[in-house]
Design a protein around this ligand. Structure first.
Ligand code: BG6
Length: 486
């Protein structure tokens, strides 16, 4: 008999947002400025040039520290989830989601990063949020660091380059574990920990112009090492403080194909993939891969590794592997190969794949390939914690007919179902953007991912009204049938 592919019972269907892109209320109830609050909207730039969009200047930092020019900084207003969360959660519950991924804005808890006591108003906000989620039977999946470290730590230490930030983060995390131990069971430490190389400021508070000339890469790897150690330390503390808790790493899964079967192209794509997997390797296996160590040596990068660091990494590995997946990439050694953008990456265009308006190449089979590869390599449960299609939506008579988004999700869910059928242990799935939020890469409001539309434009005009898109009803049906009716 042939068994039909199905999702496991109790599969955690859900959706994801991040504090800095959704909450707004950036200076309310004692919150300090975060790195996200210093990134302005740059309307006239090429949408595929993520480096330019995510760049930060002294003026931007001064604006965030002084609270000036709010209008140009969309992440400061988000979609005002801070005040709308009861209605928003009610909509998410109506859709049937079982898990919601959110992050805690570190600078709500420690506005400057290193106060002697946490900010009670910030702690109380997340207590209300998680409490309401529990009341609605929505399991919280909480990221401790999602592109929103206190700006003051960035200023004081050039971010994670300095070891003191490890202590500050461990303290912040422990305050969260103590306060939310009865509410939150699933935790992620660093969102897309690999992204430190692509946007060091938003990921780790590092301004490359503040590094010693020629030391930029050295500093970024040092900061990454600090994040690895901090992640292991808080994994230890979470396990000690919250019995039954599970902690995951979080990788941007950038699956890369060779453009041709020429061995040079195959080697180039293999190297890209090994580099991408390195981050999860450290967090799952508890040590640096030998090829990466050698690569750093060849590049003259020497890490300062404290006496216990390697033991800490070895002892406190993660329970599950989570990742984002939006698109696949292609690599070629041919200099004239046509190029395109992806999620904060540039690569070679794949002639077999369509792409979004931002150049991201839509590849559902790539998701299955990623699942098979990650499960075979790590043999740990996997959790897809971001996936989705960013696009402009049109409202007609109060309706949003987003069949393109439904097609995107359907084709990805089919591949997930196949992967599960073939033996992959998949805990759950949280699509990116339950609701439209501000884009991380371009700070646009109109790059929309949600099942729920938010009436706001790139300049912040709009009523903030929430409207259900066609995909809302479709996802509701998918969840109700545990993915058997796609
Ligand atoms: C992921 C980030 O890389 O991509 C999210 O973790 C982000 O924060 C998402 O929003 C989509 O990227 P963008 O630039 O379209 O918002």
């Amino acid at each position: 008999t042939v068994t039909q592919a199905t999702f496991p019972r109790g599969f955690l269907w859900g959706a994801a947002i991040a504090a800095n892109q959704a909450e707004g209320a950036w200076n309310v109830d004692g919150k300090g400025p975060s790195v996200a609050d210093a990134i302005n909207w740059k309307p006239n730039l090429d949408l595929k040039d993520f480096t330019a969009h995510m760049a930060v200047t002294d003026e931007n930092v001064a604006d965030a520290l002084n609270g000036t020019h709010d209008a140009f900084y969309p992440k400061r207003r988000g979609i005002d989830f801070y005040h709308h969360y009861p209605q928003d959660l009610a909509l998410f519950a109506e859709m049937g989601i079982k898990v919601l991924r959110v992050s805690i804005a570190w600078s709500r808890i420690f506005p400057d990063g290193e106060e002697s006591a946490p900010n009670e108003a910030g702690l109380a906000f997340y207590e209300r949020l998680f409490g309401e989620m529990r009341r609605l039977n929505i399991e919280p999946l909480v990221t401790l660091s999602h592109y929103e470290m206190p700006l003051k730590l960035s200023e004081r230490y050039n971010g994670w380059v300095h070891r003191n930030v490890v202590d500050a983060f461990v303290r912040f995390s422990n305050v969260c574990f103590d306060r939310y131990k009865d509410l939150v069971r699933y935790w992620l430490t660093f969102n897309e920990i690999d992204s430190i190389h692509r946007h060091p400021f938003t990921t780790a508070g590092i301004r490359e112009e503040k590094c010693a000339p020629g030391q930029e890469k050295q500093d970024i790897y040092q900061a990454l090492h600090h994040q690895f150690v901090a992640s292991a330390l808080v994994t230890r503390d979470c396990h000690a403080k919250i019995p039954g808790s599970q902690v995951g790493c979080m990788l941007t899964k950038l699956t890369t194909y060779p453009r041709t079967c020429h061995p040079d192209d195959v080697q180039a794509s293999l190297k890209k993939n090994l580099e991408n997997l390195f981050y999860a390797d450290v967090q799952v296996f508890g040590n640096y891969p030998p090829l990466i160590k050698r690569d750093l040596e060849l590049r003259g990068i020497e890490l300062l590794v404290a006496a216990d660091d390697l033991d800490i990494l070895r002892q406190h590995t993660v329970d599950f592997v989570s990742f984002s997946y939006y698109m696949s990439m292609t690599e070629s050694t041919q200099p004239d190969a046509e190029r395109t953008a992806g999620n904060t990456v540039l690569g070679v265009k794949n002639p077999y794949l369509p792409a979004s308006d931002w150049g991201w190449q839509i590849d559902p089979v790539g998701l299955k390939i990623s699942l098979l590869e990650l499960y075979d390599r790590y043999r740990k449960p996997l959790f897809i914690v971001e996936n989705g299609l960013g696009c402009k939506d049109v409202v007609e008579d109060g309706k949003i007919h987003d069949s393109y988004r439904i097609d995107y999700f359907r084709s990805h869910f089919e591949q997930m179902r196949e992967a599960v059928h073939e033996g992959v242990e998949l805990m759950g799935y949280t699509s990116w953007g339950t609701i439209d939020i501000i884009s991380a890469g371009t700070s646009q409001m109109t790059k929309r991912y949600g099942f729920i539309y938010v009436d706001q434009d790139d300049e912040g005009n709009g009523t903030l009204a929430r409207l259900r898109k066609d995909s809302f009803w479709w996802y509701q049906k998918v969840i109700a049938t545990n993915g058997s009716d796609l």
